[in-house]
Ligand binder design. Structure first.
Ligand code: UDP
Ligand code: MG
Length: 325
């Protein structure tokens, strides 16, 4: 057993505004646990003073560890970096903006230890502080994902969760390129429980999840767990084929009756429709081919430039499945 019982992974992208409030609340919450812990703050290539502030706070808070990625690699990649570097027997991931209350970590740890669980999800019991748009898009996302992945994805469980070392080791060994942990973790089938919490307001700064990143996460989620989008192509093709068959019969009947219509509009529509369907199918194929290509290339999806725990400025990423990503 290592002396570090708990690792708290906090991905951060341009979060300088929230760091003082985060330190002020996270530190007492963790000190109270009375176990050895480390905070793995992953700076996801921020353009602001995030890394500097973390480094400065680290002088007075020795448990605060800074892992700096060389460029913005995205929330899930930052989580991966944090999981890889974490050393605790338990690993909690939590957002930097204090939307997930740090005090809940104690409950999670207690639930895991008392009930012998490997995974404890923080489940948002109250999202009233989230925007109308966020609540509704999130609702649709979880409904869709439960259908695609299976019923065991807890709804309203984001990336605030506790994992045992065993789960982290399994995750590290997976050859996944674009992991979506909120789906990947349930799919592993470890014993799990939930702890409800009220989603708070972002303590400071702006959301780092613009629509573009939300769409990217939704697409990664869908494509990681399902070939259903590819089947959409098949269905579109089948539908177009039946429609064309009907049109052909119609054409022959009209020709046999001798009333040949000028036909520009119907031709125009048929050509447009069919080329649209073909382009959609090609695009879908392309998306999956791109994923295969990325997997074959096997490039790390992030580069760690600095880790205050190892004091090396450059830590080369290895390519093996166990350590890459
Ligand atoms: N984040 C990150 N990299 C990114 C985007 C976000 O590490 O490219 C972090 C961000 O700093 C925060 C967490 O992911 O700690 C969740 O982001 P945010 O709170 O902005 O998302 P929201 O709560 O609005 O969905
Ligand atoms: Mg947030």
């Amino acid at each position: 057993m290592s002396s570090i019982v708990l690792s708290v992974v906090v991905p951060m992208y341009n979060e300088e505004a929230v760091i003082p409030a985060l330190v002020e609340r996270l530190r007492p919450a963790l000190d109270q646990l009375a176990v050895g812990y480390e905070v793995v703050a992953v700076d996801d290539g921020s353009a602001d003073r995030t890394a500097q502030l973390l480094f400065e706070h680290g002088r007075t808070w020795p448990e605060l560890r800074l892992v700096k990625l060389r460029h913005n690699s995205g929330h899930q990649a930052a989580l991966t970096a944090g999981l890889q570097r974490s050393r605790g027997d338990w690993v909690v991931s939590i957002d930097a903006d204090l939307q997930d209350p740090p005090e809940t970590i104690a409950e999670m740890l207690r639930a895991a230890r008392e009930q012998g669980l490997d995974v404890v999800y923080g489940v948002r019991s109250d999202r009233s502080t989230d925007s109308f748009f966020k609540r509704n898009t999130a609702g649709a996302y979880y409904r869709l994902m439960r259908r695609m992945v299976g019923a065991d994805v807890p709804s309203q469980a984001g990336d605030f969760r506790l994992l045992s070392r065993e789960v982290v080791d399994v995750l590290k060994a997976l050859p996944e390129r674009t992991p979506v942990y909120r789906l990947l973790v349930p799919s592993l089938g470890f014993s799990s429980g939930t702890v409800p919490y009220a989603r708070e307001r972002r303590a400071a700064g702006e959301t780092k999840y613009p629509l573009r990143k939300m769409v990217a996460l939704a697409w990664d989620s869908a494509a990681n767990f399902s070939a259903a989008p590819l089947r959409v192509a098949t269905w579109l093709g089948a539908f177009a084929f039946v429609a064309c068959l009907a049109l052909m019969i119609f054409g022959v009947v009209v020709w046999a009756n001798g009333t040949v219509i000028p036909g520009w509009t119907s031709l125009f529509i048929a050509v447009l429709l069919l080329s649209a369907v073909q382009l959609i199918c090609l695009g879908l194929l392309g998306e999956y081919v791109a994923r295969i290509y990325k997997t074959v290339q096997d490039r790390p999806t992030f580069h760690i430039g600095f880790d205050s725990a190892s004091q090396e400025t450059t830590i080369p990423q290895q390519r093996s499945a166990a350590t890459a990503r």
